[in-house]
Design a protein around this ligand. Sequence first.
Ligand code: RTP
Ligand code: MG
Length: 140
Amino acid sequence: MAIERTLSIIKPDATRRNLTGKINARFEENGLRIVAQKRLQLTQAQAEGFYDVHRERSFFGELVAFMISGPVVVQVLEGENAVVRNREIMGATNPANAAEGTIRKDFAESIEANSVHGSDSLENAAREISFFFAEIEIAG
Ligand code: RTP
Ligand code: MG
């Protein structure tokens, strides 16, 4: 299986509750390596740019407001099949539908405050990683 990289964000609901270490342990226990990481306070323009694909969706304004409500931790995860693997570790978008043992089942507060973001395709992963990181900041 291919070694891939995916972009992960630990969202403000999780940083607020001091869950960064617990969430990172889930990635590491499941075979993903954190090869880059930084904590940021996003601006409105940055959050709107990152979520540009969702601009026409009804929840866009609320999503951007939530994502700038506190610091986030942006990170690059690396490992076998990392894009799909991370989505499995995260669980369903709505924590009510998330499987046992997933990050969202165990930590998410709601469909919006759902603790983590993960790229949904290899193509989007490359775009999202380059949004936050220069190649020199990633040590695989
Ligand atoms: P993500 O992009 O954050 O990894 O999550 P996802 O693919 O599972 O969900 P997506 O459909 O891409 O939605 C992006 C984020 O928007 C918020 N959301 N709110 N109020 C709502 O109905 C609603 N639906 C989605 C969530 O924070 C979701 O992760
Ligand atoms: Mg998504």
